[in-house]
Design a protein around this ligand. Structure first.
Ligand SMILES: [Zn+2]
Length: 109
């Protein structure tokens, strides 16, 4: 038997597509505030940051924070590029800001 049904594509609604788009759970930028407040003596949550990968400018609080990595990894909500990595040891902080073009910080806060 040879019919079009032999090559039928599964109905997209029958598949769990959500698991392909967001397999790793994350929280928002507030989750990194405690550790970062020891490095930055500013209100990082309200600061605007520009993503080096896609150019998006957003408040830090809107970023995606992954805390199950070695240290903290902060990713852009628009392109998922890495904005910031922070690793703590008992004696040092290791901070990588290479995914940010800049941080814009309100001096009145
Ligand atoms: Zn981005």
């Amino acid at each position: 038997m040879n019919s079009a049904d032999d090559f039928a594509v599964p109905d997209p609604e029958d598949q769990d597509v959500a698991s392909f788009h967001d397999p790793i759970t994350h929280v928002d930028g507030n989750a990194a505030a405690g550790a970062l407040s020891e490095v930055f003596r500013i209100d990082i949550i309200a600061a605007l940051g520009r993503c080096r990968h896609c150019g998006s400018v957003r408040a830090f609080a809107e970023a995606m924070v992954f805390v199950d990595a070695p240290g903290i990894v902060v990713r852009c909500r628009d392109c998922q590029g890495v904005l910031l990595r922070l690793v703590e040891t008992p004696t040092r902080f290791w901070l990588d800001l290479s995914g940010l073009n800049y941080l814009e910080i309100d001096r009145d806060q």
